[in-house]
Design a binder for this molecule. Sequence first.
Ligand SMILES: *Cc1c(COP(=O)(O)O)cnc(C)c1O
Length: 492
Amino acid sequence: MTVPLIYDIGSPGRMGTTLPDVEVPETELPKELLRKDLDLPEVSELQAVRHFVNLSQLNHAIDTGFYPLGSCTMKYNPKINEDMARLAGYAHLHPLTDEVGSQGALALMVQLQEWLGELSGFQGVSIAPAAGAQGELAGILMIRAYHQSRNDKKRVKILVPDSAHGTNPATVTMAGLQAVELPSDKHGEVDLNALRSALDDTVAGMMITVPSTLGVFDSKIADVIRMVHEAGGLMYMDGANMNALLGIVKPGELGFDVMHYNLHKTFSTPHGGGGPGCGAVGANEKLMPFLPGPIAAITEAANEENDAPLYGLVMPKKSIGRMKAFQGNFGMHVRAYTYMRVYGGEGLREVSRHAVLNANYVRAKLRGVYPMPVDRICGHEFVMSGTVEGAEGIHALDISKRLMDYGIHPPTNYFPLIVHEALLIEPTETEDKATLDMFIDAMKRIAQEAKETPDLLHSAPHTMPVGRVDEVRAAKQLVLCCRPIPEPEGGD
Ligand SMILES: *Cc1c(COP(=O)(O)O)cnc(C)c1O
């Protein structure tokens, strides 16, 4: 199906809305603010509705099909989260409402911070940052501020394993520090010898994802943390995805000093399309005073006069400051809070157990069909190579594009960078066995097709409104206009 441009379906004078009569005297708008040539589509309400509903149906979504996009955690977002976020008392609360007028919202934020602290083993939590990458930046700025507060100015390096998410080295650079890449050993874990030789008194800390982006739990993580601490560095955990850890591992108890969690991944708040997120940051006692603010807190305990505590907003003593206007993306707080309340503590542990079980089930079923460079029990996701023995010229991209013909969203392609033709697969706990079996079956059929009819893969997808796009051109000549821009004359 294709959807015509909205400019091509209207006609002059058509209106989709009726404006109420004016209740105030009409005045002239300043001439310089009026544009005569504003070229807007003129469509009826029904045309507009059909146009946008048809457009929305061109998209793959977790509500329409399986979406095993590794590291991104496209789990189902329960609709009760949306009902709660739309409650008028939350949705219509103006961010400038004073504390007395926003006690309910502040209480929710305090509770969410407490639960995140409990899950991670950290004493302080800020839910102000708007995304994982912003949480990372906050955490690394906190490490930097900590060293500077002790006048330890030579610590300018942050060690980052070569399997890291691209945001990690970018964060380090943005924080004004230097990213130093650490190689992984053949098991996909931190190479302790390389770590030992990288450690000295210029190291501010280390940033590591747990489980790693290869999907595995580093069996020597306790040694890694001890070694960095002994060298005077601090440990940052990228906890964007906590799906394997809930109720099982507390990063704070492992010895990490600071971490971020993506509420829009682990705690089922919707994401994609760059929408609002929450990259909460947790910190131990050492780094707590540096957390970004404002943080919701009990400012006056319940007493004889007031049977409820008084909630307010505070800035931590040595705070790195604000990462975002107001209190962060409050709608995300409501959704994550709801998700946790619905599951409860034991339920969250089950979430992780099922996420790990589902990933290992798919991994075990695809062993021998595709190469598994890290062939061991995984966490919530696993990585394989998108190549097929006996099929020449088949790439991860061909397999991914062909999956679309089966109605499945492709896994993450070509990340982590250290795996040849990487496909990172994260089924999440919200899928049932029938869906996982459907995916496994599709992957097996594609492996067979790769050997027998490889062109079917090379020319995939066959069922989508758009085939393969020129990704380089799409990135270099981004067109965000809904109308095609005429080709520049005279070629390149
Ligand atoms: C998603 C992700 C991030 C970045 O989170 P954003 O909210 O997209 O900024 C960082 N690290 C890892 C491991 C991730 O999966």
